[in-house]
Ligand binder design. Sequence first.
Ligand code: SF4
Length: 483
Amino acid sequence: MPKLSPLNVIPLLPGTNCGQCGEQTCMSFAVKLLDHLIELKECKPLFSEKKYAKKLKKLKELVTPPIISIKIGTGEKQISIGGEEVLYRHELTYYSPTAIFVDVNDEDLDDLIQRTEFVKNYDWIRLGDRINLQGIAVRSLSGNPDTFAQAVKKVLSITDLPIILCTLDPKIMEAGLKVTKNKNPLMYTATKENWKEMAKLALEYDVPITVYSTDLDELKSLCVSLENAGINKIVLDPGTIPGEGHIGETYSRHIILKKSAIEKGDKSIGYPTIGIPAAVWMDQDIKNLSLGERVTLSYEEAKLGTILISHATNLLIFHTAENWFMLAIGVVRQNVYADPRINPAVEPGLYEINNPTPESPLFLTTNYTMTYFVVKGDLEESRIPSWLLVIDTEGIGVECAVAGGDLNVDAIKEHIEKYKVNEKVKHHGIIIPGLAARLQGELEDSANKVVIVGPRDCGGIPFLLEKRWNLEKIEELWQEMQS
Ligand code: SF4
C-alpha cells in the first residue's frame, strides 16, 4: 500500500477551512490526521452534513490502516492493538506498542493471585516513559467450566486490566464470557475444529476473537469464515513454536502475515497478531524444575519475545512473571516503539530537583533524553537539592553536542538569560559535565561564572559535591575574577 500524503486526503475534506476541528485549515487537519494526532471525527461537518456522505465513506476507506485496530478490555485500562500502516518503523512509526500479558491458570489459585498482583503492580519509569503490563491471560487447565469461571472472577476481583480467556472448549469459554460480560475480553482461540461454536459466542457476547493455525492458508480460510459469519474483530495466531529450528518458522509466519496485509493489501488477514512466548513452558513439570532449568526456560522465552516484538507482533503472552524479565522485555518494546522521526529530546529549561534553594548547586546538561533522565535520576536519588539547566541541543548528547557546536558558550548564556537563572540561583557557580570540559575557560570569561568541571559519568556527582562544592570558595573565586 503506497504511503498516504495530505494531498490524498485534502480533496475528500469539505475544504472550507471552517476551523471546527481546532485547526486553522483543512491542510493542517490532513497532516495531523495522517500523523495520528487528530481523529477523523473531529471534522464535524463531514459527519453532520449529508452532502459530504460520499467523501466521508471514501475517506474512511482511505485512512483505515491495512491492519485494523482491535480494542480489548474497557475503561481506562482498555488497549488497542494493531493499526499499522507500514511494514518498517522508519517509514512512519508504530503507534500501538506490543501489549504484554501474563498467563495464569485455573488450577492454582494462590499462584493466580500472586501473578495477577504482579501484573497489576508492575510499573517502572524509564527515560520518562512508563513500562507496565497490559493484562492477564486466564488459561483453563482444569477442563471444568465452573472452575474456570471462578478463576476469571478472582482475577476480576483483583484488577480491571484486560483479560484473555484461553480454552479450546466452547462450553468453558462461555463460562468465562458470562463472568466477563461487558468487559470486552479477547477469546483465545478459534481453530478449524471449534470455530463455528466459538464464532457464535463471539457474536453473542460481541467480543474480539483469536483464530489459530500454523498453516497460513488455513488461517486465512478461517478468517474468511469468521468474516462471513459477521465477525470483524479478529486477532491472528500463526503459532509460536519454541525450540531449535522453530523460532525462524514462527518469525517468518508473523512476517508473511504483515507483508501480505500491508504490502499486498490482503484485507482478509488485515488483523493484529498474537504470539505466545509462554509456549516454552508447555509440557514442563513447572513446580519441580530446578532454578537453573527455570532460568534457561525464561531465557528462551525472553529470546522468543524480543524476536516477536522486533517486528511488531501486536500482543504477547508470557509466563515468566519476574521484575528482571519484564524490564528487559519492556526496554526492547520501548526502543522498538520510539518514534524514529523524533529526536529523543526533553524540553530545555531550568529544572528544580529536590526543592532547591537559591544557594543550591547549579548543574548543566543537554536535552538529550538519555542524558537528561540519567542526570536527573542521579540527582534525585542522591537527595541533593539542586538546579538543572537543560540546554537545547536538539536532542544531542553532551560529547557530540560540544563537538558539533550545539553546546557552546553562547547557547549557555542564552539559556541562562531565557530561563532567568540569575534570579533564582544566588551564587556564581555552575557545574558542567566532564565531557564539556573544554568550554570551561570561555564560559568563565563570557558568562561571568565560576565553572566547575563535573565528572564524565554523573554517578560521580555526590563525590564531586562532597569534595569540591564549597559556596564560600566559589564566591571568593568569583570576587577574584572581578578584579
Ligand atoms: S473541521 Fe473539517 S472542514 Fe473545517 S477546517 Fe477542519 S478539516 Fe476543514
